[in-house]
Design a binder for this molecule. Sequence first.
Ligand SMILES: N[C@@H](CCC(=O)N[C@@H](CS)C(=O)NCC(=O)O)C(=O)O
Length: 413
Amino acid sequence: MSQGSLFVQQLGRGILPPALAKYLELDINVVDVSQDMEAFKKEFPLGLVPAFKGPEGFQLTEIIAVLYYFVELKGDEQITQTLCGATTEERAQVLRMLSFMNGDMATPFQTYALMQLGKFPYNKKICDEKKAALETCFGIINNRLQEYTYLATEDISLADLFFGVYYAFASTLVFGAEFRSQYPAINRWYQTVEAHPVLNGLFDQSKFLQKSVVYQPPKKESKKADKPKAEKPKAAEKPKAEEEQPAEPKKPKHPLEVLGRSTFSLDEWKRKYSNEDTRPVALPWFWEHYNAEEYSLWKVDFKYNDELTLTFMSNNLVGGFFNRLSASVKYMFGCLVVYGENNNNGITGAVMVRGQDAIPAFDVAPDWESYSFTKLDASNEQDKEFINNMWAWDKPVVVDGQEKEIVDGKVLK
Ligand SMILES: N[C@@H](CCC(=O)N[C@@H](CS)C(=O)NCC(=O)O)C(=O)O
């Protein structure tokens, strides 16, 4: 029987609990909350991850509590002593380091990283303050590692695993080589801890940034505004009329609205896809009802697969892209999948859009140009097979003649 469900957003420190559960061979169901945020918030109103739900209504939040719970759940005294400390003093030291890193270090890191990445309004003074706080934290950790092999005890404890994840994540997200070179003892320590089975394979040092990310203010002129879109009807400029007037037709809200209602019911298809078994029921229904004059089918590929690192981050990228497509989603359906493994993965998929052109549907997302769109032909068996595979998402993808396992994906519906 499952020992519970772990709710995560597999990013930063969030990847440690599932990796630990796997190492401990716990039977825990890992749920990516971005798939259904509403359902998650119903159970955990704070909406913070990681969160854990065990049998009989047992609930837990706070990463440190979750990590300890998993170790206890394993119930192996040897493992518990190694990961959490063997003596009263060691146990206190492990907890101390975890608390220090999850509070004093993680809080400034979050603000600093989000500001440098332009995801939080940039403020130089705050950024400088947070960076100084982080340098103090890294300095404390570096000093410890000049004298001791590990962070809290004489072995790799939860504290080392936590900081291992943080250090590697920070190094793939914002901190370049010049930042890391200030802390040679941390760097040396990392070479050892990354081989620990919990961390092994999660990060690839060749993907660590050479240059630190520095906030780039947005360019004044918008690229989009420069581009004339002759083929697209203009967005409404006047307040929209209450009723459709024959003399002055209501301006469509979305360019694809001019195409009118389709005979193929997209809503019905989405319901079939969600509620029925994909291969035996939903896909045959789709091909029976699909109307090639009303909807076109597209192979969608991310253009910069080389820049992808961790597969969950690739999947988050797809999630973000789909969120930004929300204004078009009533004209679209499809799946993008992530195939491969950490530091060697790609994003591909198949999407159906209203009309014969992909752009009016996709260009509501500012990052649409990061993807290439190749039209598929439903009368071509190979194309049809590709669409089936992308939507059923149950077979490896063939990329450059090589089979690659699908590790994740998202449905646009
Ligand atoms: N003190 C909590 C913090 C949890 C937390 O801030 N989680 C972030 C991800 S690292 C989150 O869930 N953010 C989503 C949100 O704020 O909506 C812990 O250590 O578990």
